[in-house]
Design a protein around this ligand. Sequence first.
Ligand code: GLN
Length: 482
Amino acid sequence: MNLQTTSAVELQRLLNDGSLSSRELVDRCAERISDQEPSIGAFLTLSLDTAKAEAAASDERRRRGALLSPWDGIPVAVKDNICTRGLRTTCGSRMLERFVPPYDAAVVERLRTAGLPVLGKTNLDEFAMGSSTENSALQRTCNPRDTQRVPGGSSGGSAAAVAAGESPWALGSDTGGSIRQPAAFCGVVGIKPTYGTVSRYGLVAYASSLDQIGTFGRRVRDAASLLQLIAGHDARDSTSLPAETLQLGSDDPSVRGLRVGLPLEYLEHGLNAEIHQAVMDAVRRLEEAGAVVQELRLPLTDYAVETYYLIATAEASSNLARYDGVRYGYRAEADDSRGMFEMSRTEGFGDEVKRRIMLGTYALSAGYYDAYYKKAQQIRTMMRREYESAFEQVDVLLTPTSPTTAFAFGDKSTPLDMYLQDIFTVTSNLVGIPAVSLPCGEDSHKLPIGLQIMGPHFSEARLVETAEWLERQRNGGDSHDL
Ligand code: GLN
């Protein structure tokens, strides 16, 4: 069995028919991790001993016929901004380098009650701020497809762990593309669900009105199944939606009659020709199978990056005020308390985090609030209306996930160059709608290209079905095994 290519669905079958035990599976992941980590660096903290014990307990439950869920025994990796009780949770920051949470995030509770062993915590841009994982203060993560290149970000560690065969699937968080863009760069599937679908309790806050936990998998069905497992109401997150089981796509996905929108703003302005071609190939296949494709315009796309970077930084400046050297994390020595606050934040945060705290504080300050923050909120409302009216005409929107494929370390030399990476992914967070990224080809450097499918609120089932149909087309009919 080649772990690197086996889907969670296939692993489930092997566990069920007795040809694999959870303990064997976790041992294989551990071997793969020790083999790959020197060149990939996906994990900040490993919890393999615990995972092995959890796997043995899962095998024992299987013998007794007392499985906790259909996915009992399949291990998972967790992004390191999601709290794990007794297991260090750093957010890729010096500030929290030694922080050991006293509680599990809601999603981690759900993993545990479903019997999934946790392999470890994955690297990220500091506090999830970035698009390449280069902003991690603790470690570099390389793209398994080409180790000279970034894995994307901010959930670069989770995407790399899945792509490198270290973990069958993983959790990430997505505030403006942090699941979908690394999924695209590493050639795996990523899903950001509708805002409110997954509890944020225990997710270290970056920009609370945009943050959402989601999943990575090697196959659409894997990422969707893991999402189903972590979704659901949680009273501890005030934005959590009422309970409603998330539906998966049907076993026999179809796209006949599907109304597909192609927003022209996502395809022009000199988009990389190979990415354009890969998206158009997917469109052609959908059309041949009976989908109705329609071009449309979403003019507010031109304001997406500005709007996102005002709202996200404003919220970050408030959320990150709690790191004061007293309540959490790193504490600097100084003569008085004011000096201690200042030096703790000066030494504990990296440059990008400081830049965003300053930008956000500026946008919220008296005199500039109306000109920046309020205006951004108004555009956000207009964007929601723009998307609502688009979804009166079409069922899904098809776009590239990212304007480029994986770039080399250091390639994006200014903050603005990096921010522009997010042009296609931030709007779904601003509007709160679900979006999937799946592999849709390779460029001439053999780097994966990601296709993004967006739909209206709660359209996860349709997105998964469409994505799974496209995946089967590419894999010659089989979505579970390569
Ligand atoms: N790249 C975006 C940012 O830096 C998105 C990050 C995210 O989704 N966490 O803010």
